[in-house]
Design a protein around this ligand. Structure first.
Ligand code: NAD
Length: 298
């Protein structure tokens, strides 16, 4: 296979459209996921399948991983049958999962020892931007590796920033997730208050979205809360995971994160309520339940 061969491990909500964009850009793709049906979908689109992350790395010079959390990245890269077992010196692993920065540092060190390039490169923008190839990509690692693989990131995203060494991409992503979570929670409280006051939540949204309160988060999530449409999108359980990683990182650094902690508890309660796979805009359900009112209801 030539230089334009890429491997992709983890074909979920984000991985599938990202993998498709690489194929559309002319890369020949070898894919693996622990779920067979996800692999078959990509094979139908023209990808080749592999039986493990190791096999993907044996067949391609660059392996992208897009799996849920720290333990999954460790399994896919450092574990038995993982990418590092199959990677030759000079090849690269680009982990685009959102995981704990400390785990990215551990994976980076293991890749250094194997002379394999590593970048942690989590993304923001969700499924719509994954489909459009306009993700924001936050990268940690060595500048030479960043320059070498930026061509791939340019296909997947429209904002690509090297933030520092190993783990810096994921620290930046945690900063992003804190802002998004607190913002959704505030939008939810505002709409629940408006609804219980007898106002039309959509009118309130339209009135405030152009002022200082307006935000990308508000424009993405207020319509979903108003419609009562919580189809993911970004799952409650993934955001709970990100805030958990933020709290762990805050603990390591001695940084209290009081609001992050509160919203993380709300997300945990929603998981217990069977809503782990709902969109994170379902934070509104927690506020609605406390207030005894539904924003989308009559
Ligand atoms: P997802 O649960 O839809 O997909 C994850 C995929 O990884 C699944 O298909 C799963 O089977 C596979 N997987 C897990 N462990 C594996 C392993 N060891 N080897 C191979 N495959 C494995 O999740 P997603 O929404 O695609 O998110 C992926 C990552 O991107 C997460 O870290 C998430 O936080 C982040 N992210 C998601 C969004 C979003 O809007 N969905 C936005 C930004 C970032």
């Amino acid at each position: 296979m030539g230089d334009k061969a890429v491997g992709f491990v983890g074909l979920g909500i984000m991985g599938r459209p990202m993998a498709r964009n690489l194929m559309r850009a002319g890369y020949s793709l070898t894919v693996y996921d622990v779920v067979g049906s996800a692999v078959e979908e990509l094979v139908t689109d023209g990808a080749q399948s592999a039986g493990s992350a190791r096999e993907v790395a044996e067949r391609t010079p660059v392996v992208i991983t897009m799996v849920p959390d720290s333990a999954d990245s460790e399994a896919a890269i450092l574990g038995e049958g993982g990418a590092l077992e199959g990677a030759s010196p000079g090849s690269a692993v680009l982990d685009m999962s959102s995981i704990a920065p400390a785990t990215s540092q551990k994976i980076g060190a293991a890749c250094d020892a194997a002379q394999v390039e590593f970048l942690d490169a989590p993304v923001s923008g969700g499924e719509p931007k994954a489909i459009d190839g306009t993700l924001a990509i936050m990268v940690g690692g060595k500048r030479e590796a960043f320059e070498r693989h930026k061509e791939i990131f340019d296909i997947l995203g429209s904002s690509i920033v090297l933030c520092g060494g190993y783990g810096a991409g994921n620290t930046t992503k945690l900063a992003n997730q804190i802002v998004v979570a607190a913002n959704i929670e505030a939008v939810a409280e505002a709409l629940v208050l408006a609804k219980k006051a007898g106002l039309d939540p959509n009118t309130v949204y339209q009135a405030i979205r152009g002022g200082l309160a307006g935000s990308t988060v508000m424009d993405a999530k207020a319509p979903m809360i108003i419609e009562g449409d919580f189809k993911p999108g970004f799952r409650v359980r993934l955001h709970q995971k990100d805030l958990h990683n933020a709290l762990l990182t805050g603990k390591d650094l001695g940084v209290p994160l009081p609001v992050t902690s509160l919203v993380q508890q709300m997300l945990g309660a929603l998981i217990n309520d069977g809503k782990g796979d709902a969109d994170h805009s379902a934070i509104a359900n927690f506020i609605e339940d406390m207030a005894g009112v539904t924003v989308s209801g009559e």
